[in-house]
Design a protein around this ligand. Sequence first.
Ligand code: PAF
Length: 329
Amino acid sequence: MKIVVLGSGTIGSLYGAFLSTVNDNEVILVGRNPHVSAIHSKGLQIRGIMGEHTFHLDAVESATEIVDADLILLTTKTYDTIPAIKTAKHLIDKGAYVMLIQNGLGTEERVAEELHTTKVLRATTCMGALRTEPGIVTATGCGLTELGSRYPENYDYVMKMTDMFKKCGFEVSASKNIEGVVWTKTLVNCGINPVGALTGFTNGEVYKNPQLRGLVIQLVEEAVKIVKALGIELTTEDPVRYALGTAKATGDNINSMLQDIQAGKRTEIDSITGEIIRLGKELGIETPSNESVYALIKAIESKYLEDSDVMVDIKPLEVKELVDSVTTS
Ligand code: PAF
């Protein structure tokens, strides 16, 4: 099988590397320099808890030059999904499947709509990885990859992919309720990620601090109201306990949103908290705590991003009179 990994950063490189070890798979990584040129000169080196390996894989900077593929594994940040998948349109038009391994909500529908295909699979991952240097990825956590598709006609293919990922050594399960899987993960992310990102705390430090723990609970409880209104069945009976349990279990982790802020990169706040706020508005459900953390993360992003637009309509606080009285007194 010919597999193209679009967005070969840490997670994409990790999956691509191990997928190349089975079924005569040919894997092409599509990434950025200097990662791509380091892979050309020294191979892709994997370190950490999955052992030390060097993989000699093809790596390119754009999918436009690739002629054919059976599967496109898309592991970009959520905001890069559509620009990235458009570069592989010719491969999808020829029949390739797309599998999105990402955080956040709504990307499968957007890809299906944009590229007029329902050959779209979705996965959530609890794998953790860091890019130590260009060409080197360190696996820091080995967790479950859950796979499914919102399009039932793909279920046989989901099972085939589940077997293939298992053969590579990943812990994988297939789900017929991928929406529930994605929402369950999103609730964890909407609770932990902004709180860790705003305080600079590890997940364990967030968990141990009673005020921050309270904020995580509030954020998740607001989002659960939306899940209930949408009639989505979560994969846990107690999402608050699950989010706190994840913070405790991944105590040493610097969550991905905090990593983005530390690296001066755009965060995934829009596809996590932003989507929750947007859906809340559609459904008439208030999400004040989520609105507050959203505004704070956007404010931090605006210090280093030229185009950190506020994508959802959050209510600015009514401070004009107060500001006027302070400035005139
Ligand atoms: O985004 C992340 O960092 C992870 O999904 C999680 C589970 C919050 C652990 O840090």
